[in-house]
Design a protein around this ligand. Structure first.
Ligand SMILES: Cc1cc2nc3c(=O)[nH]c(=O)nc-3n(C[C@H](O)[C@H](O)[C@H](O)COP(=O)(O)O)c2cc1C
Length: 223
């Protein structure tokens, strides 16, 4: 993979949104937050593979803390929990919940329904089920916008993947803090992302299951 380097003259940042998104449904801003210490979060962070369906408030709390845009956008630069190359934050989160796909609007803390074909949704659930047969949670699909990182960097690919890793770790730590079950999956979510955005410059860069912890003693081993 080629070494990235900053462009001498950056391009303007243009962010794609899913092409067939509905109207915004705002999520509640979470109220009381857990008093768990960071030390305990670090000690308890784990991949949990047995989970049940979370309620929308739990998903909203996770998204608020892990993915909302805390400051932005000045020339495409934002601040969120995750670190990001150039502060560009090229990773969007799609939520696959009860067989419906939503785009998370991190500025307005809301969800927009995205139209997808049933076949692609079914295929994603069956791939996820193959990897995590006991995860009855929701799925967060990470969509990486290559053109966003390419606005500032030549050879942006590796930066995009590293940004996705930062987002994933933020989800894991926030999940541990909120006592939610989280497990990354080896699949990319590429088909869903391709359908949602219809652009070859937006890539599926990871999927993660999120749900309620049901029985930690059944939590399977590493894969
Ligand atoms: C990118 C990525 C993909 C992963 N894919 C899977 C997977 O497909 N199935 C699974 O059971 N665990 C998966 N995991 C979880 C790892 O197996 C887990 O992080 C590892 O075993 C260490 O366990 P811990 O997270 O509890 O510390 C994945 C983790 C990452 C970061």
């Amino acid at each position: 993979m080629r070494e990235p380097y900053p462009r001498r003259t950056p391009h303007g940042v243009r962010r794609h949104q899913p092409s067939r998104a509905g109207t915004l449904r705002r999520l509640a801003i979470p109220g009381l937050t857990p008093r768990t210490s960071f030390q305990d979060v670090v000690a308890e962070r784990t991949s949990t593979r047995v989970m049940s369906s979370p309620d929308i408030g739990e998903i909203g709390a996770l998204l608020w803390h892990a993915a909302r845009i805390q400051e932005g956008t000045r020339e495409g630069v934002q601040h969120r929990l995750a670190a990001s190359s150039g502060g560009l934050h090229p990773i969007d989160i799609l939520l696959l919940r009860r067989r419906r796909l939503y785009w998370y609007d991190g500025l307005q803390h809301g969800l927009l329904r995205v139209k997808t074909s049933r076949d692609v949704v079914d295929a994603t659930y069956s791939e996820a089920r193959r990897l995590l047969p006991d995860a009855r949670g929701d799925f967060l699909v990470l969509a990486g916008h290559l053109e966003v990182t390419a606005a500032k960097y030549e050879h942006p690919h590796s930066l995009l993947w590293r940004d996705a890793g930062c987002v994933l770790q933020g989800i894991y730590l926030t999940g541990a803090w909120l006592r939610l079950a989280v497990c990354a999956l080896g699949i990319l979510g590429d088909q869903l992302v391709a359908e949602a955005y219809g652009s070859p410059a937006v890539l599926g860069v990871g999927v993660c299951a999120v749900g309620r912890v049901v029985d930690q003693s059944q939590n399977g081993g590493a894969t």
